[in-house]
Design a protein around this ligand. Structure first.
Ligand code: HEM
Ligand code: SF4
Length: 563
């Protein structure tokens, strides 16, 4: 993985010293909260409902065991013993004291981490496939390119005051696991017929209040032009993106306003001046960065069937089928540690679990871990022969729930329990649903399904692209939930359709149940929930969900009450 050089160390150290002084001045009253606000946000420190929240960047989701241990230390020493992994492969700590933030940043710097550009109208953490470098369906490892983008965008003087925040995702495999279509720029690594490496460039995807799927503006960009072409895109956006209206400021709105073709034309025009300038990536520079992402020293192993010898162990078989993924290298597998145990907020890990995951990484996976955008953790390089031992260990720590890709592998933002922008709570909704369907055989029968929950239209919980999406809405000061179905992420990204009037928190598990009933009734063999929705449309689902009121004992709730 990438390691800091002298420049990285220097800029991070200097930033901490500067910030330490700013915090001192805030604490002494020399700076007002208003003056301090932009300074703290530049360092990833938000004010949430109850306390400060610190967001730390995990570049393309890749972590060393030392970095994971540092998260455990921060959770234990400065927070309430846990942290929250997010859909942007970052981590957030929810209970932070202002006085301690410079020390936290210094602790982070000691393991080559920081919180710079995790907030504000700049290029945010570049995200990628959690199986980058090991995926069986990979064309080229995208991480060196993500790293080049990260270095280029950090403190880029021209792009620290964009019209709005900017998110770049990069994917190097046939299957899109980086949700590229819902990013401001989504890059796919491709090889052309001549075997040259380049990128398919998508622009203008995003969620929030106007969900839009990105448009491809270039089928093949030779890799040496990655930075100059990205810069051309950024320049067009920086110049023409709307600064007068926060809600219309994202690049997707610009693309919609002028049309993708015109946008692409302007980018090409801008690029004409940039192409071939010193930001063009030389082979030497690329090789320098690629050297950080060399494959681990794998043993030459034969592929084995990890079930052999454990044929009667159904729990292990379930875990293998859901939480273990294929690996490029024979004899190895990638393992997903589920952070979705029923009763635990999705994406949360305790300090004890973080320390334990770091230890597992050291013992089983070359000391590395990855954060997934579904809010789980990956050990990417486990020997197949060690899967059974690993499984036994992680079970004891609540990390072996065999639910990856199933109904209870819920993506969920912090919602009203923490977030000051929330319209409604989201964690209790995910908890109630997980509890109602806490039945493994049923979950496995339902099969692949994505349930995503956001506490407001900002869509931090990716509700638009959930096969079932739940969105918290405010009506006359009370909390309601709007449901959409048919959304999807990945190669067939789609925005879900709203099925009708919203529901109360109490009704939500029953709503999910009714949606599943229609699926179970209508599905053809091997058909996934989302495919049934796409085949039939939302009508039969809608009809069944609203056919009879969903009662709360003693009172009719939901929209029905007002009918
Ligand atoms: C203090 C907590 C948070 C605040 C104030 C916050 C704020 C926002 C806002 C204002 C947007 C809308 C941006 C726009 O449409 O221009 C947004 C979008 C988003 N946030 Fe958050 N968020 C928070 C926590 C989180 C968490 C915990 C996650 C992951 C679980 C997350 C992931 C995202 C994602 C994926 C989007 C959608 C990006 C898009 O529109 O393309 N955020 N957030
Ligand atoms: S979706 Fe809304 S409620 Fe949830 S974290 Fe984002 S801003 Fe907060």
């Amino acid at each position: 993985m990438y390691q800091y050089d002298q420049y990285d160390h220097l800029i991070v150290r200097e930033r901490i010293a500067q910030y330490r002084d700013q915090v001192q001045r805030r604490l002494s009253g020399e700076l007002t909260e208003e003056e301090f606000l932009p300074l703290r946000l530049q360092n990833g420190l938000y004010m949430q409902r109850h306390a400060y929240m610190l967001r730390i960047a995990v570049p393309y989701g890749l972590l060393s065991s030392a970095q994971m241990r540092m998260f455990a230390h921060i959770a234990r020493k400065y927070d309430r013993g846990y942290g929250h992994f997010t859909t942007r492969q970052n981590i957030q700590f929810n209970w932070i004291e202002l006085e301690q933030t410079p020390d936290i940043l210094a602790d982070l710097a000691s393991v080559e981490m920081h919180a710079i550009q995790t907030s504000g109208n700049c290029i945010r953490n570049v995200t990628s496939d959690e199986f980058a470098g090991v995926a069986a369906d990979e064309i080229i490892d995208p991480r060196p390119y993500a790293e080049v983008l990260r270095q280029w965008s950090t403190f880029h003087p021209e792009f620290i005051a964009l019209p709005r925040k900017f998110k770049v995702a990069i994917n190097g495999a046939l299957e899109d696991r980086a949700a590229i279509a819902i990013h401001d720029i989504g890059l796919t690594v491709v090889k052309n017929d001549a075997g040259e490496i380049g990128f398919k460039v998508m622009v203008g995807g995003g969620m929030g209040r106007t969900p839009i799927i990105g448009t491809t503006i270039r089928e093949f960009l030779p890799r040496e032009h990655l930075l100059t072409y990205t810069e051309a895109i950024m320049r067009v956006y920086n110049q023409y993106g709307r600064r007068d209206n926060k809600y219309k400021a994202r690049i997707k709105i610009l693309l919609k306003a002028i049309g993708a073709e015109e946008f692409a034309r302007q980018v090409e025009e801008e690029w004409a001046d940039l192409k071939g300038t010193e930001e063009t990536l030389t082979l030497e520079e690329m090789e320098r960065v690629i050297a950080y992402f060399q494959p681990h020293p794998y043993e030459q192993l034969e592929a084995i069937d990890p079930r052999a010898g454990h044929e009667d162990n159904k729990a292990f078989a379930n875990w293998l089928s859901r939480n273990v993924k294929p690996h490029k290298q024979a004899g190895y597998a990638a393992v997903i540690l589920s952070l979705k145990k029923t009763g635990v907020p999705p994406g949360d890990a305790t300090a004890e679990q973080m320390d334990f995951m770091a230890e597992l990484a050291d013992r089983y996976s070359f000391g590395e871990l990855r954060v997934t955008h579904e809010q789980n953790i990956v050990l990417a390089d486990v020997k197949q022969s060690q899967l059974f031992d690993l499984w036994k260990e992680i079970k004891a720590h609540g990390l072996a729930t065999p639910n990856i890709g199933l109904l209870t592998d819920i993506i969920c933002c912090p919602g009203g329990d923490f977030c000051s922008l929330a319209n409604a709570k989201s964690i209790p909704i995910s908890a109630a649903i997980a509890e109602r369907f806490d039945h493994l055989d049923f979950l496995h029968d339902i099969g692949d399904i994505e349930l995503n929950i956001s506490g407001c239209i900002n869509a931090c919980g990716h509700h638009h692209v959930g096969n079932i999406g739940v969105l918290g809405v405010d009506k006359d000061g009370s909390e309601w939930y709007q449901v959409s179905i048919g959304g999807a992420q990945g190669n067939a990204t789609a925005i879900g359709k709203i099925i009708g009037p919203s529901f109360s928190a109490h009704q939500m598990p029953e709503v999910i149940d009714r949606l599943l009933q229609v699926y179970l009734r209508e599905r053809t063999p091997d058909e996934k929930f989302v495919d049934t929705v796409q085949r039939l449309g939302i009508a039969p689902f809608k009809e069944h969900v609203y056919a009879t009121p969903i009662n709360e004992p003693g009172r009719l709730v939901g929209e029905d009450e007002y009918a």
